[in-house]
Design a protein around this ligand. Structure first.
Ligand code: CO
Length: 214
């Protein structure tokens, strides 16, 4: 069924009305403050809506989404979201949630040029290069893709731990806990892949800043 933008606006009115009927204070509670305990870094893919798949409400998850759920250390957008979530909202958990069948990762696995997004996908090609042996030992294209998707999520969790934002918060406040999850489009189930508690060792000590107390 084709939907018009008008349809979205009508549905929004119906939703707001229903919310208020269910819980008359719902909007009043959220209007002045947000206290989410989670930052979600996910893929932009329309089939992986964070609040819906975790049954959470407005106010519960701070969200950043991009193609293939990347944590790129020069991405001012992501870094601003991360800093705000960690330092101001004081989130307890940061979740990187990717998904099997990710088109971004699939594109990065090819040798095809896609224009400007090449620059973005380049980050995934680096993950491929780091784990080439493991990926190429798998027999089918689907298995290779899904393994790269998992490795990419694990790499992005490491990238988070390599930021001074996370390291500073680990040192000063003993939070946030970092998590890497993968969502399966076939059954709607999220599988936890990796988890880094505050202070966890990094891939290499060169990434550990030694002057964060200054
Ligand atoms: Co995706």
């Amino acid at each position: 069924m084709e939907r018009t933008v008008n349809h979205l606006l009508l549905e929004n009115k119906a939703w707001a009305k229903e919310k208020k009927l269910e819980d008359p204070q719902f909007f009043d509670r959220l209007v002045n403050i947000q206290r989410p305990e989670f930052l979600w870094i996910g893929c932009s893919d329309s089939r992986v809506p964070p609040n819906e798949i975790t049954q959470t409400q407005p106010g519960e998850i701070f969200i950043h989404r991009n193609v293939a759920n990347l944590v790129v250390h020069t991405d001012l957008n992501l870094l601003s979201v991360l800093q705000y979530a960690v330092e101001v909202l004081e989130v307890k958990h940061v979740v990187v949630c990717g998904h099997y069948g990710c088109g971004g990762v699939k594109a990065a696995m090819t040798r095809h040029s896609f224009g400007i997004i090449n620059k973005w996908l380049r980050n995934i090609k680096d993950v491929y290069r780091l784990h080439q042996g493991q990926i190429e030992s798998l027999p089918t294209e689907d298995e290779r893709l899904n393994r790269l998707i998992e490795l990419n999520i694990e790499e992005q969790v490491q990238n988070l731990a390599e930021t001074s934002i996370v390291q500073k918060a680990w040192k000063k406040h003993g939070r946030p806990h970092l998590h890497g999850w993968v969502y399966d489009l076939h059954d709607g189930i999220i599988k936890p892949l990796t988890s880094l508690p505050p202070g966890a060792p990094l891939h290499h000590p060169i990434f550990e800043y030694d002057n964060l107390d200054e």
